[in-house]
Design a protein around this ligand. Structure first.
Ligand SMILES: Cc1cc2nc3c(=O)[nH]c(=O)nc-3n(C[C@H](O)[C@H](O)[C@H](O)COP(=O)(O)O)c2cc1C
Length: 201
C-alpha cells in the first residue's frame, strides 16, 4: 500500500460540532488517510454541549495525531510536514478572520495558513447567520488567498430524512472538496429531472 495521506481537521467553536465529528469518522474509516486533529478550546465546549460528553474522547480515539491548539511547534505548523490538505469544520467567524487576515495565534489557524502558503486545499465550513459586511469581507479575503468557503448547508434537493443524514452529506461534500481521489467520500448527486410541463402544474 502506498503512503497514507495526512489530512488536518480543525474543529473551531461554531455551532455544528457534529459535522466535525462526522468528517473525522469518515476520514478515519479510510486506511489511506491519517487524520491530524486540532480542536480549539471553544470547540471543546460546543462539542460537549451539542454532541455530548462522549464527543471529545471519541475524537481523540479516532485521530491519528491529536494536536494541542497551543502547540505552535507541532509538526503541522510547518510547511515541510507532508499533509494533503485541511478542513475546518465548523469554522467560526473568529477562526475565519484569523486565517483571512494572518492573525496566527494558535495551531489551528497556523496550520490553515500553512496550507495556503503551500498551495494546498483549505476548506472552511464557515457557520454564522445572519452575516454582516465584516463577515462577508473576511470570506472574500479568505477566498482571494486561496481558501474554499463551503458553509455547512443542507442539500435539500437530496431530500434528507434525518439530521444525521444532513450532517453526513455535508461531511462527505467537505471531504470531496479536498480533491483527493484516494480519500473521497460517498457523494449523493443530483441526477437531473425534467422540469414539470405546464400541463402537470
Ligand atoms: C454554543 C455556542 C455556539 C456558538 N456558535 C457560533 C457560530 O455558529 N459561529 C461563530 O462564529 N461563533 C459561534 N460561537 C462563538 C465562538 O465559540 C467564539 O467566537 C469563540 O471565540 C471562537 O473561538 P475559536 O474560533 O478559536 O474556536 C458559539 C459559541 C457557543 C458557546
Amino acid at each position: 500500500m502506498s503512503e497514507r495521506h495526512g489530512v488536518i481537521v480543525g474543529i473551531s467553536g461554531a455551532s455544528g460540532a457534529a459535522i466535525g465529528v462526522r468528517i473525522v469518522e469518515r476520514l478515519a474509516e479510510n486506511p489511506r488517510c491519517a487524520v491530524h486533529l486540532v480542536i480549539s478550546p471553544a470547540a471543546e465546549r460546543t462539542l460537549t454541549e451539542e454532541v455530548g460528553a462522549g464527543a471529545l474522547p471519541r475524537l481523540h480515539t479516532l485521530a491519528f495525531r491529536d494536536h494541542n491548539p497551543s502547540d505552535i511547534g507541532a509538526s503541522i505548523a510547518s510547511g515541510s510536514f507532508p499533509v494533503s490538505g485541511m478542513i475546518v469544520a465548523p469554522c467560526s467567524i473568529r477562526t475565519l478572520s484569523a486565517i483571512a487576515f494572518g492573525h496566527l495565534d494558535n495551531l489551528l489557524v497556523r496550520a490553515a495558513d500553512v496550507q495556503l502558503k503551500e498551495r494546498r486545499r483549505l476548506v472552511l465550513l464557515v457557520r454564522e447567520s445572519p452575516l454582516h459586511l465584516g463577515h462577508l469581507r473576511a470570506m472574500l479575503q479568505a477566498t482571494e488567498i486561496g481558501a474554499i468557503i463551503a458553509p455547512p448547508l443542507p442539500a435539500f434537493y437530496l431530500k434528507p430524512q434525518s439530521t444525521a443524514e444532513i450532517v453526513d452529506q455535508i461531511a462527505c461534500r467537505a471531504i470531496n472538496l479536498l480533491g483527493l481521489p484516494d480519500i473521497s467520500a460517498p457523494a449523493l448527486r443530483w441526477q437531473g429531472r425534467a422540469a414539470a410541463s405546464p400541463d402537470d402544474r
